[in-house]
Design a protein around this ligand. Structure first.
Ligand SMILES: [Zn+2]
Ligand SMILES: [Zn+2]
Length: 91
């Protein structure tokens, strides 16, 4: 019988990840309202005419429920409508 239970405990060494690393957003950059500069949060939700609510910037302005493409996006802060592409920084 070989029931030598060998529990290999992996010592999880807590690596000190610097949480204050400078945001190197070379990808999308910062999404903001062209009018007031408000930045949508990950939990910000927009409401489609079909009743679905979701973060429109997760899908590029397309409602995942009815697949309607919203070319205009309303700001949740100032309430003004802007073309969806205007929310993305231009280089
Ligand atoms: Zn919809
Ligand atoms: Zn705004």
């Amino acid at each position: 019988m070989n029931d030598s239970a060998r529990t290999t405990l992996d010592p999880s060494t807590p690596e000190t990840t610097s949480a204050d690393a400078p945001a190197d957003t070379s990808g999308h950059g910062r999404i903001r309202c062209p009018h007031c500069g408000w930045t949508p949060r990950p939990d910000s939700v927009w409401f489609c005419q079909c009743g679905h609510s979701w973060n429109t910037f997760d899908t590029g302005g397309v409602c995942p429920a009815c697949l309607k493409r919203w070319t205009m996006t309303a700001c949740l802060s100032c309430g003004k409508w802007s073309p969806h592409s205007d929310w993305y920084p231009k280089d």
